[in-house]
Design a protein around this ligand. Structure first.
Ligand SMILES: [Fe+2]
Length: 370
């Protein structure tokens, strides 16, 4: 029996990247995020630079090393390229969450630490996730300053005009792991965080002519919905996108973050205008959608115009679209998602069209054949 952790919901996600300033510009332009905070030499930090960005409830820190002495960042980027180092859970009490997670079987990374300044205090602790990632427990309730102590106003004038994307918050965070690792990590999250398995896609559930994968979705039993799918490759004629990820990322790690929106047509139209590249599905997908006679409020021709995918489940449905990998390695990408009428799934009906689209890109990269 797992101990409860007092989880409230997702808080921030932190990337380690080669050039945080460039990544901050991309997120400001592409996703319409505001660069709100900065931590670097100007604020007394010698060997790192971090940007804090916000869009409604979607919060990011983007961090780079300035010197080889920041070896935890340089080694991460050398190994994995630009990627998610940690995602965080807002908890009622960090000590309780950390101690209980350890009793449940979590592997500790950092003990609870309180940082404070004249605006109050923030407490954080961390446990291990996958090869080189972390889950942070954070409490910022008693802090009235900018995000957390250390961050000041940006010294850069990053003022970028872009279309309003309306992006809202993290919906789910997905990990890719090696063959036979999915159950290990699903059990780890279920036990450590008092999660439960919500969906289990077995052999044959997610496959194309060429490749396949297995996926398990674990989710929190308390607080706002925290959902974490975990994928592993499954045998197929050719190399699956999960194997490609494990190769280029050089291990297991975070594959994508899904961000929710209350109006996906507006969000995708804006992001396309802001220069974001998305996966493309063939026109036949929309003919199919019309034939299925789905009861959706949106005009299917408009979904087709913006390349948005639609899948029904029970009485609800979800609309979603995936960007291409946002950096140079074919690893991390974003998903944009709108859930309608209580849909809780992940778009299983779209998997085939999507994976065929990814396979076309894999073919161009020369990573489809073994
Ligand atoms: Fe997703």
């Amino acid at each position: 029996m797992s101990h409860s952790l007092g989880i409230i919901g997702y808080d921030y996600v932190e990337f380690y990247v080669g050039s945080a300033k460039m990544w901050a510009y991309w997120h400001a332009k592409a996703l319409g995020m505001k660069v709100k905070g900065y931590l670097g030499p100007e604020s007394g930090v010698k060997d790192t630079a971090s940007y804090y960005l916000e869009k409604n409830d979607f919060r990011l820190i983007i961090t780079s090393a300035l010197k080889p002495s920041a070896f935890n960042i340089t080694s991460f980027v050398t190994n994995h390229g630009d990627g998610v180092k940690r995602w965080s859970l807002k908890v009622k009490d960090v000590n309780t969450a950390f101690e209980n997670s350890l009793e449940n079987g979590a592997i500790p990374e950092r003990s609870p630490q309180k940082i404070e300044d004249e605006n109050g205090w923030v407490e954080e602790a961390a446990i291990k996730l996958y090869d080189d990632s972390e889950i942070v427990f954070i409490n910022r309730e008693n802090y009235n300053g900018l995000f957390k102590p250390g961050f000041g106003n940006p010294v850069q004038h990053i003022s970028i005009s872009c279309e309003e994307t309306g992006l809202q918050a993290v919906d789910h965070i997905v990990g890719n792991v090696r063959t036979n690792e999915m159950n290990l990590w699903a059990n780890y999250l279920n036990e450590s965080l008092n999660f439960e398995t919500f969906i289990d896609f077995g052999p044959g559930d997610i496959s194309t002519k060429y490749s396949a994968l297995l996926s398990k979705v674990v989710r929190s039993k308390e607080g706002a919905a925290v959902k974490n799918p975990i994928n592993e490759p499954y045998e197929g004629i050719k190399k699956s996108q999960i194997e490609e990820y494990i190769d280029v990322y050089n291990g297991s790690g975070i594959q994508h973050i899904a961000i929710s929106t209350p109006d996906i047509i507006k969000s995708i139209a804006a992001m396309r205008a802001n220069g974001v590249e998305f996966l493309t599905v063939p026109d036949a997908y929309y003919d199919n959608l019309k034939e299925r006679g789905l009861e959706v409020t949106e005009d299917i021709d408009e979904l087709k115009k913006f390349g948005i995918l639609c899948d029904t489940e029970g009485t609800g449905y979800l609309l979603q679209l995936f960007t291409k990998p946002i950096s140079d390695r074919a690893s991390f990408f974003y998903e944009i998602i709108q859930r309608r009428k209580g849909a809780e799934g992940f778009g299983q009906g779209n998997f085939q069209a999507l994976f065929e689209s990814i396979e076309k890109d894999q073919e161009l990269r020369g990573t489809l054949d073994r």
